[in-house]
Ligand binder design. Structure first.
Ligand code: UD1
Length: 425
């Protein structure tokens, strides 16, 4: 990419990747057809859909963002898919398979290496519902003769555990109460999806979720909510390039913690019914950030906002309170001239005037996107490699950036890279 140019225009935000991953697994809970709209076409969702096929479900892509799934002919409750091991959300098959078949055998989840990511709270929930759960040869093996509702208090607010326990509990007998539940927008979306299939889930979006078991779920047509993190990333793209970008098809309420921080650093934010306009400011002010569960500032936006603060006119402190190894990208940013000192889960960010272009690599999904933003702010040619991380969660990232004026291209060889440099001059 050749950076240094303000990004200007409008960008349409895709469906929420993290909601989609839970919803794909949730389709197992009915024998009937489920039509999902606004499905982001990214590699994480495609891997989940492929795993559904391997389980014996029929998965029919109607267009790139609409999928019809029928899980009637699921033959077994064991998945052993090498790809699935690489993504975190594979754990959603455990809850869904327990709910549907009372048993599950699923590889332990992979995903971005942003810290230790245990699933003890998921397992605690499954056990409370009556399942026996063991780890055997790198897989989670669960079995239940019957599932009965119970009260489960999460020791740690966990998005994954909340969704997984909801899926295991919707068809259980009696009432399940999840205390200290996560409140992220995709928790609400997941509950709405399951309720549209006949489930009885109340309280999603608060920290107590009550689920009354039903005997069966039916088919549904459901449209996934917009992606809060994709929207936030494009809002940061406007801020970091001093541009003027309107993100469309968003739920402004979901964006409040991000909008508030961008305002604090000097951007102008205009909110509409389903759009937000961000007008950047050349002089970015420093601020402090602490990542927290929703409605706090999302950990998945931490690399992007830290990258922005690295160009501010002062010193900011960023505290990462969710994951313990989420500053790995700082080394790459330093190679572009950033001045950031990391101590444990705190980054002290001393703003610099500008980034210098460099050859850098994406260490994980969100950090990869943040480094692209850094490249778009740097005057000159920056190359980001290992972009398959970015493609896990951003639909047509470079095309959307191009649409708002970025000079960016995916190149597959040195030759193509040279051609790009010749073209952009
Ligand atoms: C999900 C998102 C991820 C996001 C994260 C926090 C998906 C597929 N991924 O990840 O993009 O960064 O929420 O918003 O939706 N924990 C435990 N035990 C558990 C579960 C979690 O100790 O059983 C800890 C984790 O290590 C972490 C914290 O709880 O420190 C939050 O994790 P959690 O909300 O579960 O994140 P994920 O579901 O993995």
């Amino acid at each position: 990419m050749k950076g240094g140019k303000p990004l200007v225009g409008e960008v349409n935000i895709s469906g929420a990747k993290n909601a989609a991953l839970g919803i794909i697994a949730g389709t197992i809970l009915t024998d009937e057809d489920v039509l999902i709209e606004n499905m982001p076409d990214v590699s994480d969702t495609n891997i989940m859909l492929e795993a559904l096929r391997e389980l014996g479900a029929s998965v029919c892509r109607i267009d790139s963002n609409t999928v019809r799934i029928n899980a009637r002919s699921i033959g077994h409750a064991a998945i052993d898919d090498d790809y699935l091991r690489r993504i975190r959300a594979s754990y959603y098959f455990i809850g869904a398979l327990i709910g549907r078949c009372h048993e599950a055998q699923v590889p332990l989840p992979g995903g971005c290496v942003i810290g230790s990511r245990p699933i003890d709270q998921h397992i605690k929930g499954f056990k409370a519902l009556g399942a026996e759960v063991e780890i055997e040869n790198g897989s989670v093996v669960a079995k239940a003769s019957a599932l009965t509702g119970d009260e489960i208090y999460l020791d740690k607010v966990s998005v994954g555990a909340t969704i997984n326990i909801m899926m295991a509990a919707v068809l259980a007998e009696g009432r399940t109460v999840i205390g200290n539940a996560a409140k992220e927008p995709h928790i609400v979306d997941m509950a709405n999806f399951l309720n549209s299939m006949g489930a009885n889930i109340r309280g999603a979006g608060t920290d107590v979720i009550r689920i009354t078991g039903v005997t069966r779920l039916h088919g549904t047509e459901y449209s996934i909510i917009p992606d809060q993190i994709e929207a936030g990333t494009f809002m940061c793209a406007a801020a970091i390039t001093g541009g003027d970008v309107t993100v469309r098809n968003v739920i402004p309420k979901h964006m409040e913690s991000i909008s508030a921080k961008l305002e604090e650093v000097g951007c102008t934010i205009e909110e509409y019914d389903d759009a937000i306009r961000v007008i950047g400011n050349k002089d970015i002010r420093p601020t402090n950030i602490m990542t927290l569960p929703y409605p706090g500032f999302p950990t998945d936006m931490q690399p992007q906002i830290t990258t922005l603060l690295a160009l501010s006119g002062g010193t900011s402190m960023v505290v990462e309170s969710i994951f313990d190894n989420r500053f790995k990208y700082v080394g790459e940013l330093t190679r572009m001239g950033a001045n950031i000192r990391v101590e444990g889960n705190v980054a002290v960010v001393s703003g610099v005037k500008e980034f210098s272009p460099a050859r850098i690599f994406a260490p994980d999904l969100r950090a990869g996107a943040a480094l692209v933003l850094a490249g778009l702010a740097a005057g000159g040619i920056t190359t980001v490699s290992d972009i398959e991380f970015i493609q896990r969660g951003y639909e047509h990232f470079e095309k959307k950036l191009k649409g708002i004026g970025a000079e960016i291209e995916i190149v597959r060889s040195e030759r193509e890279a040279r051609k790009f440099v010749m073209k952009v001059g």
